[in-house]
Design a protein around this ligand. Structure first.
Ligand code: NAD
Ligand code: UDP
Ligand code: UDP
Length: 314
């Protein structure tokens, strides 16, 4: 294999740290750039001693001049709690961040990957979601800083390709979970597991009948690297996620069963613009990348529960 100089923005976050680990073990020279807004140095602690890994604290809304062959652009808070805390910064991170990585890719002639999201489909009226669906997105709601920021980033990626012939790879990521999510992340899997392990009430927003389709992190990272390695004609946007769909009530009952918890369910208000259903159609990823997830929800939950159990007792 040809070793490359690879930049990972958002590399100290949940997904970014798993990606850095994979790339470092493949032997690449990895530069992780992160402003540590939601990322943590502990996520990359095991990599800091590796000679082919380097960490740089930097905010991607400011220009970055480094020499690289490939870029994975993951910088952006992903949990609604965190991206809604400073919505203007969230939009800046997606939009100005994309402009900076695209400018960098243009100068270095680097191949560039964008971590887009199923949120570009908003509260979808088409089910399951195919890449051809344009979405149903509120431009001025609480989720808009994230959804519209990511949509604009996709626009920038495709216009840089059209105008400057950049090699781009755009992945639309669906809900992913696993070790290294933050305990205070606010996303549903980490919330339910931490609540169950601590015997606290499990907070169901709304009636709990809304659905999500959960992908285990290892499967997703294989999808990232498969997309990056695919031929240049494969640009995406391409859905990456696990099509097995569950209601939040089903998720809660699996978590209770696997943890043996005595936690009770409590029902809280549904946040506004919360999508009622979400499931990826991954036919394109299967056909173009020969990729599909292998870890089912139960197996993934077992590994994630083990991680949070250790975190909580340390
Ligand atoms: P995360 O919050 O753990 O990681 C995001 C990382 O980006 C953090 O380390 C954070 O400190 C860093 N960051 C934020 N703003 C930055 C800035 N201005 N400059 C530099 N670094 C910055 O979230 P994650 O789940 O690992 O998500 C990673 C990427 O994948 C995000 O772009 C997210 O939108 C996308 N994504 C994730 C999911 C999922 O389910 N995990 C789903 C869809 C899309
Ligand atoms: N940029 C960067 N690193 C580079 C090259 C560019 O951060 O190595 C940033 C630069 O700040 C610029 C942005 O990327 O504003 C877009 O670059 P581009 O060359 O597309 O546009 P221009 O420089 O003409 O604004
Ligand atoms: N959710 C919930 N309880 C929680 C956290 C989230 O019922 O403690 C719900 C939330 O309303 C949403 C789903 O779980 O319908 C997924 O939420 P998450 O924040 O994980 O991701 P997203 O909504 O961005 O897909």
């Amino acid at each position: 294999m040809l070793y490359k100089r690879i930049l990972v923005t958002g590399g100290a976050g949940f997904l970014g740290s798993h990606l850095c680990e994979t790339l470092v073990y493949e032997g690449h020279d990895v530069l992780c750039v992160d402003n540590l807004y939601t990322g943590r140095k502990t996520n990359i602690a095991d990599l800091l001693g590796c000679p082919n890994f380097e960490f740089k604290r930097h905010d991607i809304t400011f220009p970055l001049y480094v020499e690289v062959d490939e870029i994975y652009n993951l910088a952006c808070p992903a949990s609604p709690v965190h991206y809604q805390f400073d919505p203007v910064q969230t939009t800046k991170t997606s939009v100005i961040g994309a402009i900076n990585v695209l400018g960098l890719a243009k100068r270095c002639k680097a191949k560039v990957f964008q971590a887009s999201t199923s949120e570009v489909y908003g509260d979808p009226k088409v089910h399951p979601q195919q890449e051809s669906y344009w979405g149903n997105v509120n431009p001025i709601g609480v989720r808009s800083c994230y959804d519209e920021g990511k949509r604009c980033a996709e626009t920038l990626f495709f216009d840089y390709k059209a105008q400057h012939d950049l090699k781009i790879k755009v992945a639309r990521i669906f809900n992913t979970f696993g070790p290294r999510m933050r305990m205070d992340d606010g996303r549903v899997v980490s919330n339910f597991i931490c609540q169950a392990l601590q015997g606290k009430n499990i907070t169901i927003y709304g009636d709990g009948l809304q659905t999500r389709s959960f992908c285990y992190v290892d499967d997703l990272i294989t999808g990232f690297t498969s997309l990056m390695k695919s031929e240049d004609s494969i640009t995406g946007p391409i859905n990456l996620g696990n099509p097995s769909e569950f209601t939040m009530l089903e998720l809660a009952s699996q978590v209770i069963e696997l943890t043996g918890s005595k936690s009770k369910l409590v029902f809280e208000a549904l946040p506004s613009d919360d999508p009622s259903q979400r499931q990826p159609d991954i036919s394109k990823a299967k056909a173009e990348l020969q990729w599909e997830p292998k870890v089912n929800l139960t197996e993934g939950l077992v590994k994630t529960i083990e991680y949070f159990d250790a975190e909580l007792s340390s």
